[in-house]
Ligand binder design. Structure first.
Ligand code: HEC
Ligand code: HEC
Length: 550
């Protein structure tokens, strides 16, 4: 019977609202957000969000509604609300790209929200909230209140070609875009979820102190390995970090000191490095608290970043990476394995790279690095291989291939922003990357079994993208270096340009690959790939949403 009652209560939402127990939140918010006899504050007890979501709402309370908070109080309120009215890890993961400031080619969202919700801000803003049905309706009212014009454009679809009442009449669906969108949001993102119920029941305080092993990658710069020491900070959610990263490509090492906060028991927001070169860190701690993964980023548009993975160092060998991570058939090569706690006195037989690869000799060894000579059989099957050092294995750490059959740019589209002229706006750069592919075992390119070979050294150039007749974008937009790093031109009207246009434009970024391992092409030409690059004006208006950290 109790179980049944539990289910009924769960289904009917009796336990849905989240009472506010924190005296500071009650003191600061209950003046306007009425408190009921169960300790619920109106609005606040009926929504959940990530730390950035809470910070954004809070900033609006300060900016528009006169709420007064010291920075320390604001931090405490964001901490409390993110912890108690937060997202479960499974709920946060799909939308974390928004806070990691990743530049996506194409954001994924349901068709139903396209017209009403993604015209002003990315879907990432919407999908990082959970609300009762009533709260989703109130959110619509909030938008109409602040941006009345949405009533005539995004929300009703009258602005769009093919939208509006006429189009609606042609379909069976007579709902306005906003009605459709909000129905979808209510279905996909209710307040009460199994994930949140489970997380609140099972979560533990994050205990992160200790030594962590770092592996990272940066577009255009390759792989990095290193260590992070995480020590307790001023309170149980705060941590002090010291990291050391070494480029696998050129051996350069960078050390940084930082601070971070853990929200909701798993969500890391940090900052590290000297003030003018500081990185922001957004990462998620795994449920077993042995891995932390995310992005460390910087740049005026957060366009530079490392994809970072930390694993807890333990009293056992760990393989972080093997470089080069691809080996060609019939080749002999030197492979360096980076890791931790490697055993001493290793012989060639203690290492294994799988079928078709012979480890000829160990040429160097230490607790964090093993260097070996390997030869790959001419007939070795193409595909991924595990790398093993005695009983430690890194699955798929190596790929065997014969030829690079085609290349692709890392994304299909890219954006860069003019700047650096007046001093008011910084440039928004773009680092391109070309990725090599092998046709795979079926012998056919562009099929599901194709093998990704990772970034390769292509030569980069630009070509005109013909959109506007005679605008000669190539001359104005900026410079591409051979390694695919694009530096945009300065902003502002250019008197040398027709109509004194800004230096904006559309071009193709073109990668050409001439490596000896490139598969010969029928026309004798080298492998190429193109990415559409939009070089546009500075972002004159920005939503104020810095990341939540120290
Ligand atoms: C002076 C009155 C006032 C105080 C105090 C106040 N709010 Fe609000 N709050 C509002 C109003 C008005 C709205 C509706 C309009 C809006 O969303 O901006 C609102 C809406 C909200 C919403 C819903 C926003 C959404 O996404 O739909 C949240 C969450 C919120 N407030 C949080 C807080 C928190 C947390 C505090 C205490 C730190 C607080 N408010 C204090 C006036 C106030
Ligand atoms: C007219 C442009 C516009 C459209 C269209 C729009 N939004 Fe927003 N939305 C905003 C802005 C601006 C903010 C930030 C308000 C602020 O500064 O606090 C916002 C904030 C939000 C927030 C954060 C709530 C909070 O308390 O800050 C959510 C969630 C959201 N929007 C969801 C949606 C959904 C869902 C739709 C589609 C039904 C939508 N938005 C359509 C402009 C828009």
């Amino acid at each position: 019977m109790r179980k049944l009652l539990g289910i009924v209560a769960f289904a009917s939402g009796l336990f849905a609202q989240i009472p506010v127990a924190d005296p500071l939140v009650v003191a600061k918010c209950s003046g306007c957000h009425r408190k009921d006899d169960k300790g619920n504050l109106s609005r606040i007890s009926f929504v959940r969000s990530a730390p950035e979501g809470w910070q954004q709402a809070l900033k609006r309370m300060v900016r528009l509604h006169g709420v007064q908070l010291t920075p320390e109080e604001a931090r405490r309120v964001v901490q409390y609300l993110s912890d108690q009215h937060g997202l479960a890890p499974e709920e946060a993961k799909p939308g974390i790209y928004y806070f990691e400031k990743r530049h996506l080619d194409q954001e994924k969202y349901p068709e139903a929200v396209r017209d009403a919700c993604v015209s002003c801000h990315p879907y990432g803003q919407s999908m990082n909230w959970r609300r009762t049905a009533e709260e989703w309706d109130l959110l619509v009212n909030m938008h109409i209140g602040y941006f009345p014009v949405v009533q005539w454009n995004s929300f009703t679809g009258m602005r769009r070609e093919g939208g509006g009442p006429a189009a609606a009449a042609n379909t069976a669906d007579a709902r306005t875009p906003v009605e459709r969108a909000i129905e979808q949001m209510k279905k996909d993102f209710p307040l009460e979820t199994k994930e949140w119920a489970e997380w609140t029941a099972s979560r533990r305080q994050a205990k992160l102190a200790g030594r962590w092993l770092l592996s990272a990658a940066q577009a255009g710069k390759g792989q990095f390995v290193g260590e992070v020491s995480i020590e307790p900070g001023a309170n149980p959610n705060e941590w002090v970090t010291r990291s050391k990263m070494t480029s696998v490509e050129n051996g350069q090492t960078v050390t940084r000191e930082g601070r971070s906060v853990i929200y909701t028991g798993y969500s890391w927001r940090g900052r590290s490095g000297a003030k003018d070169t500081a990185l922001r860190e957004v990462m998620l701690v795994s449920r077993d608290q042995n891995q932390i993964e995310g992005r460390w980023f910087w740049g005026a548009y957060d366009e530079f970043g490392y994809d970072v993975k930390l694993v807890r160092a333990e009293e056992r060998p760990v393989i972080l990476s093997a470089t080069p991570g691809v080996l060609r058939t019939g080749q002999t090569a030197t492979v360096r394995i980076h890791g931790d706690q490697f055993p001493a006195r290793l012989a060639a037989g203690d290492l294994d790279f799988g079928a078709g690869v012979t480890v000829d000799k160990v040429t160097q060894q230490g607790p964090g690095l093993i260097e070996v000579q390997v030869s790959v059989a001419a007939k070795a099957a193409v595909g991924p291989r595990d790398v093993a050092v005695k009983r430690s294995v890194s699955a798929g750490a190596m790929v065997i291939y014969d030829t690079v059959d085609y290349i692709r740019t890392a994304t299909d589209t890219a954006i860069a922003r003019l700047g650096g002229g007046s001093g008011a706006f910084q440039k928004g750069y773009m680092q391109f990357e070309a990725i090599g592919f092998n046709r795979g075992l079926d012998g056919k390119p562009n099929t599901a079994d194709d093998i990704r070979l990772g970034p390769l050294k292509a030569e980069w150039s630009m070509e005109e993208f013909f959109a506007v007749y005679g605008d000669d974008d190539l001359q104005y937009v900026g410079q591409m270096d051979r390694n695919g790093f694009f530096t945009p031109n300065v902003e502002g009207p250019n008197p040398k340009r027709k109509f004194s246009r800004n230096n904006y434009g559309e071009v193709w970024a073109v990668a050409t690959y001439k490596g000896a391992d490139a598969a010969p092409q029928k026309d004798g030409k080298p492998l190429t790939a193109k990415c559409y690059l939009l070089v546009t004006v500075p972002q004159y208006m920005r939503w104020d949403q810095p990341e939540v950290a120290q």
